[in-house]
Design a protein around this ligand. Structure first.
Ligand code: EPU
Length: 301
């Protein structure tokens, strides 16, 4: 979508930068996605005014975080892509509390806190993406989830058009799901973390990194796991047991390393990836009677 010159002037007055015709394939870990104009925000505080401006100009929009858990449509996209101000470094520690910007890198946050002898998030070390994305999805790995550490979230509440702060107890964190509204935008978080010596945290991080390297296709383009695990089961094992590793539609392929990772093995389109997802879901349903639910977020036209 093209931002009108009129809207671009208003955005410039709010300190935002407009970039024209950016390929989302370059902004996502899957390397898939069409083209649109982007808006890089200057300050969190301007978000309500930017949102009002976009609404007045009838500009549809989405916020992109780290781009590591999203599958974006092909072609010219009917919305513009918004980016939060870059975290620089966007984190500080006070006692057992860590205050982190949503645009900060999740792994960077884990190591920053570790250097301040704050642990509890070792399992999240290799999860790619931003802190905001991790909050929205309640990211987790190796027995750790971000949710239980959250004490406060500052967010843009789309329903009221204002920036608000929620206490941790007001938010529900479930398996890869939270009670935030889909249009809410995570801005900053306060976490409370247990004290732990840096060396111990580092040892835990090393173990998680090794496990991840041994089981996941880290050097290929993916969005992590495509499906959520069904209650009491493993989507990866089910797909593997059907002999589907290496199964492909165009360049979209079930990883031969971990069957719940679907990789872009070349120039996969969103359409290829969606066909592969539907095909695998159907086969699992037919063979196991289980309807797998997407873990990856779909942004279609
Ligand atoms: N398995 C297979 N074949 C495969 C893949 C897995 O047999 O191709 C078996 C494994 O041997 C193991 C079981 O399935 O017995 C579970 O596999 P794994 O330990 O790799 O964990 P997972 O359940 O597939 C989950 C998360 C990952 C997270 C890991 C580690 C989901 C959907 N996935 O994977 O998160 O990194 O545990 O904690 O919850 C993600 O969110 O994108 C993601 C990758």
């Amino acid at each position: 979508m093209r931002i009108s010159d009129n809207a671009a002037v208003g955005l410039a007055e709010l300190g935002a930068e407009v970039r024209r015709g950016v390929s989302m394939a370059e902004q996502t870990s899957l390397g898939i996605g069409g083209t649109t104009d982007e808006i890089l925000l200057a300050r969190y505080e301007t978000i309500p005014r930017v949102m009002r401006l976009l609404a007045n100009e009838h500009v549809r929009h989405k916020f992109l975080g780290g781009g590591t858990n999203v599958l974006i449509a092909d072609g010219e996209l009917p919305w513009v892509m918004l980016h939060l101000p870059k975290a620089n470094p966007g984190m500080r520690v006070e006692g057992n509390a860590a205050y982190v910007d949503a645009s900060a890198d999740l792994g960077g946050m884990v190591t920053f806190c570790a250097k301040h002898d704050l642990g509890g998030m070792e399992g999240l070390i290799g999860v790619p993406g931003s802190v905001g994305g991790a909050l929205r999805m309640n990211a987790g790995a190796y027995g750790t989830q971000i949710g239980p550490h959250v004490r406060e979230v500052e967010l843009y509440r789309a329903a009221v058009g204002e920036i608000e702060t929620l206490r941790g107890a007001e938010i529900r964190f479930d398996y890869r799901h939270t009670s935030f509204a889909p249009e809410d935008v995570m801005l900053r978080v306060k976490l409370e973390l247990p004290s732990k010596p840096f060396k111990e945290i580092l040892a835990g991080i090393k173990v998680c990194n090794e496990k991840r390297r041994a089981s996941q296709p880290l050097n290929q383009k993916s969005a992590g796991c495509i499906f959520k695990n069904p209650a009491g089961g493993s989507a990866g094992r089910m797909i593997d047991e059907l002999g589907l590793k290496g199964h492909r539609v165009g360049d979209a392929m079930v990883s031969d390393r971990h069957a719940n990772f679907f990789v872009n093995a070349g120039n996969a389109s969103c359409s290829d990836m969606l066909k592969l997802i539907d095909d695998v879901r159907d086969r699992v349903h037919t063979s196991c009677g289980v309807e797998l639910e997407n873990e990856v977020i779909l942004w279609r036209n």
